[in-house]
Design a protein around this ligand. Structure first.
Ligand SMILES: Nc1ncnc2c1ncn2[C@@H]1O[C@H](COP(=O)(O)OP(=O)(O)OP(=O)(O)O)[C@@H](O)[C@H]1O
Length: 468
């Protein structure tokens, strides 16, 4: 992958402090194909092109996938990334040169992109777009000083007080629930309830009645009338966590609530109006699921009015010191209430924490720091105290048998489940890739995963593949 030197995003500093980001404008122009003449100005950090209405540039070409490719602007340039399209994305320096099928490539002005029967030119445009950064290092309970987090804080400050539906995307432990809480607290709904509903934690047959409630006698065991999460959240906010796990059959019902703001209890025929703001989160790429037909396009369209992409902690190590300080102060105030005693941490230990990739993100960092501080004899923490849990303890053996241990340790359900899942995903992927000689295409086919999803997982667990 050859790299462009001209950054698409530049950070502007005032006296050592990043104050805003500047995006170099560019545009995509369709030069051949059914949509000839269509163009899209790139004025955001990420744009998607494909046949689906959820895309920023919608193409009519039948040989183009639902979400075909994206262009991401960052400090290195504009990155073109194929989104696991069926017919591939091809790129050449100009229309006449031989185009190469690409998975990820830095594109330069004048580059020609071919998808299906369509040819698109990538062109520079005069001018820039300024992206605001918050001047604060926190937003309600969220802490972070990195440019990416302060950009998110600025967005949250803007969308919080509105009624807009928000979709939060991020790996596990990146703070999606905390973002949802912050949105609720920044809204005018803050004196009404925030109802948190983890869609992956409810058995399939109960999800409809959990969300929308049921009438007495609606099904065996429904001895009383039950108000669902939407009714409970009336006047407030509902946070639908792990939305990617929501059964396809239930998705039209959720869509109806978003469109009409009314629900029907299971076993009832009365429509009940609900005044609820919806914030949803997922650790999956829902665009990809739309492409695969496992997530409804119209529902995604409704949900993604505002999208917040939470970066993994390994991409913002500059946030680690502030987070560590925040968690240590928390433990100190619990351990020595009313006293000024504080924990400190050696420079070497902090450097190690910043260098570690944190697959469990902030949740893992928080647990590591809190455990070390709770067990420490003194107030200075060194490298030995702070070895991340995953480096200290042997990998968790697969399910069964361990549940009692988790409970005994007082591990929250979510975290215990995550540990087992992580261990499973890592060993499954490793075995899968080993079996297929590191070949991604064959491994993905054998496991019924998309190449894109498989590569994302491999990246997360630091498992090497051949890239084929
Ligand atoms: N920016 C942050 N500042 C302070 N604490 C944070 C931040 N982000 C996450 N945390 C803490 O890390 C833990 C995990 O956060 P949270 O539950 O919001 O993550 P999540 O993305 O919703 O995880 P999952 O996908 O597993 O549901 C929580 O204890 C939360 O308080």
């Amino acid at each position: 992958m050859s790299q462009e030197t001209n950054p698409a995003l530049t950070t502007i500093f005032v006296e050592d402090r990043a104050t805003k980001r500047r995006l170099r404008k560019a545009r995509l122009v369709v030069s051949e194909g059914p949509d000839r003449g269509k163009d899209l100005s790139i004025e955001r950090e990420r744009i998607t092109v494909g046949r689906s209405v959820i895309c920023d540039m919608v193409l009519a070409d039948k040989a183009v996938s639902g979400t075909h490719f994206e262009v991401v602007a960052n400090e290195q340039g504009f990155l073109l990334r194929d989104l696991d399209s069926t017919n591939g994305t091809f790129c050449g320096a100009s229309a006449s040169s031989e185009a190469l099928r690409v998975r990820e490539v830095w594109i330069k002005p004048g580059a020609t992109i071919r998808v299906g029967q369509t040819q698109i030119r990538f062109e520079p445009v005069q001018g820039t777009v300024d992206i605001d950064l918050s001047s604060d290092d926190r937003f309600f309970e969220l802490v972070g000083k990195s440019v990416r987090m302060r950009e998110i804080f600025a967005t949250l400050a803007k969308v919080g007080p509105t009624e807009l539906t928000v979709l939060i995307r991020g790996e596990t432990g990146t703070g999606k629930e905390l973002v949802a809480r912050a949105i609720h607290r920044a809204s005018r709904r803050t004196s009404s309830p925030l109802v948190v509903q983890d869609c992956s934690a409810i058995p399939k047959e109960l999800i409809e009645s959990t969300l929308f409630g049921h009438e007495r006698g609606a099904f065996t065991g429904a001895t009383d009338r039950h108000r669902g999460s939407f009714e409970q959240a009336d006047g407030g906010t509902i946070f639908l966590d792990e939305l990617g796990e929501l059964d396809l059959a239930l998705q039209p019902k959720l869509l109806r609530v978003l469109e009409n703001r009314e629900i029907k209890r299971v076993g009832g025929d009365r429509t009940i109006p609900v005044n609820v703001r919806v914030v949803a989160a997922t650790n999956r790429d829902l665009r990809q699921m739309v492409n695969e037909g496992t997530f409804r396009e119209d529902l995604y369209y409704r949900l993604s009015v505002v999208q917040i992409d939470l970066p993994p902690l390994r991409e913002r190590p500059e946030d680690v010191p502030l987070l560590v300080e925040h968690f240590l102060a928390d433990v100190a105030s619990r351990r020595w209430p009313g006293e000024a005693r504080r924990f400190t941490i050696t420079t070497e230990a902090m450097t190690r924490l910043q260098a570690y990739p944190w697959p469990g993100n902030i949740r893992e960092l928080k647990n590591t720091v809190e455990r070390a501080a709770s067990l420490a004899d003194g107030t200075e923490l060194g490298v030995r105290d702070l070895l991340p849990s995953s480096q200290k303890t042997p990998p968790v053996p697969l399910p069964g048998g361990n549940a009692e241990k988790f409970v005994e340790e007082g591990l929250p359900f979510k975290e215990a489940k995550q540990r087992v899942l992580d261990a499973f995903e890592a060993s499954y992927l490793k075995a899968l890739l080993d079996k297929h000689g590191g070949n991604v295409t064959r491994s993905a086919n054998a496991a019924g995963l998309t190449r894109y999803h498989l590569r994302e997982l491999a990246k997360r667990y630091g498992i090497r593949d051949t890239g084929e």
